[in-house]
Write a new protein. Structure first.
Length: 439
């Protein structure tokens, strides 16, 4: 069974590549997304799948088996998995010439390895097995097809989204009302201003949250490089609106922002460990960290941008995708569909507080039901907010994202004004894109 309460931190989300031994696929089944055990061949030969984590993972062997192998073997007991943790980088792994079957990783991780041409196309298998792709929220399918020139490479396994956590004790101490779902960033600024103060020789900050996260899954769905022209797209009015909404949160008297302090880990430390930040924007799997820190906490939905009522961050899904060089395409496809079946998705939602990519209202409603960390918390603040559409895919988005984050940091610490920062970030992005394209 899946372990209750185990939620993987954002830094652990990695691409994983499943490799199988050579041979013909021997499994036939209808995969419509429903739970069950029908369709397994009577005398199925053993199939060994090697599970390769393309970014180094801290999951234990037991956790890997509970997350992948155990749910898989309920329907396909002849499948076994060998987990390989990549600690030498994707270049080193690719140099081995190992053929793979399934890739698993976050959208950003898969984007970063697109140049290796590992993404396959499952369209023929979807048709062959009459698989219902309408089970998924469209935004997740759109994101991965846009990444792979319109081809359907895989299905989403789970999602992350940003939410606003808050420390009740600090709000009570300074007599400030708790945040609510559906607030605007301007309202959050007003609250943070009341909580940013020195008291008893301790500097408190009303707000914390890594700017790089806001950039990566920005609510305007702004991309960083135009996929048609490969030109940077950072000097836009909406990027200025984005800056105007967020930069003031870090520039209040006494905040003392530095580039080091603005790193995701340092911002999180203010909230979880030092307990001197009253609010923190973090991904939706932060509950265990809050409880481990013995915080008196709750959360609300991500504050909203002007003109985007009810819209939260973009999806940050982790995908299970078919490899282009798979020698067991059918087995790989069937393994993927079992891991995204209603049965497994319901368990992950209830037992792991894993955000389901499925349309099923029942599965969404089960979020965190059996996770002690989420007992009594405002779960609706996570599951009810509508996600922003995924940004247009470009193989150079990561480059642009880095430069946009640097621009935001430079404005916060007072090195540059917004216009100068965006102009220089666009220039740097274009130079780097040109250099990368030349390779």
């Amino acid at each position: 069974m899946l372990r209750k309460g185990r939620i993987v931190p954002p830094l652990m989300f990695s691409a994983a590549l499943v490799f199988t031994a050579c041979g013909q696929s021997g499994t036939q089944a209808s995969t419509t997304g429903t739970a069950g055990t029908t369709g397994t061949a009577k005398q199925a030969e053993p199939v060994k799948l090697k599970f390769f984590m393309a970014s180094k993972s801290s999951m234990t062997p037991e956790e890997l088996k509970a997350t992948y192998q155990e749910p898989l073997q309920r329907k396909y007991p002849h499948y076994s998995l060998e987990f390989i943790n990549n600690d030498k980088g994707i270049d080193t792994f690719m140099a081995t010439g190992t053929k793979v079957d399934i890739l698993i990783g976050s959208y950003n991780v898969l984007s970063s390895i697109k140049s290796y041409e590992l993404f396959g196309d499952m369209s023929d298998l979807v048709k062959k097995y009459k698989y219902d792709t309408n089970r998924f929220e469209p935004s997740y399918i759109d994101a991965i097809t846009s990444m792979n020139d319109g081809k359907l490479s895989g299905f989403p396994f789970y999602d992350l989204r940003l939410a606003l956590y808050y420390n009740k004790d600090l709000f009570d101490r300074f007599g400030v009302p708790y945040p609510k779902d559906g607030m605007t960033w301007e309202q959050v600024h007003d609250i943070a201003k009341r909580l940013t103060r020195e008291d008893g020789g301790v500097q408190y900050r009303g707000f914390a949250g890594g700017p790089s996260n806001f950039v990566a899954v920005n609510q305007f769905s702004l991309g960083f490089v135009d996929p048609k022209t490969n030109q940077a797209a950072l000097q836009k009015d909406q990027w200025k609106t984005f800056m105007d909404a967020l930069v003031p949160l870090y520039k209040m008297p006494g905040y003392g922002a530095t580039k080091k302090l603005l790193a995701v880990n340092d911002q999180s430390n203010l909230f979880y460990n030092e307990k001197t930040a009253a609010m923190l924007v973090a991904f939706s799997n932060g509950a265990p960290l809050a409880n481990k820190s013995n915080l008196n906490w709750d959360l609300v939905s991500l504050p909203e941008m002007k003109g985007l009522p009810g819209i939260g961050s973009q999806p940050y899904p982790v995908y299970l995708a078919l490899s282009s060089n798979s020698e067991r395409r059918d087995d790989a496809f069937l393994a993927i569909t079992q891991l995204v079946s209603d049965e497994v998705m319901m368990e992950r939602s209830a037992n792991l507080a894993s955000l389901s990519p499925l349309k099923s209202a029942e599965i969404k409603a089960a979020y965190g039901k059996n996770v002690s960390d989420w007992k009594g918390k405002n779960i609706n603040g996570v599951v009810n907010q509508k996600t922003a559409p995924a940004m247009p895919f470009s193989p150079y988005n990561v480059t642009g994202q880095t430069e946009m984050t640097n621009a935001m940091l430079s404005v916060i610490v007072g090195e540059k004004d917004v216009n100068t920062a965006l102009r220089e970030a666009e220039e740097q992005t274009n130079k780097k894109v040109q250099a990368q394209a030349g390779k």
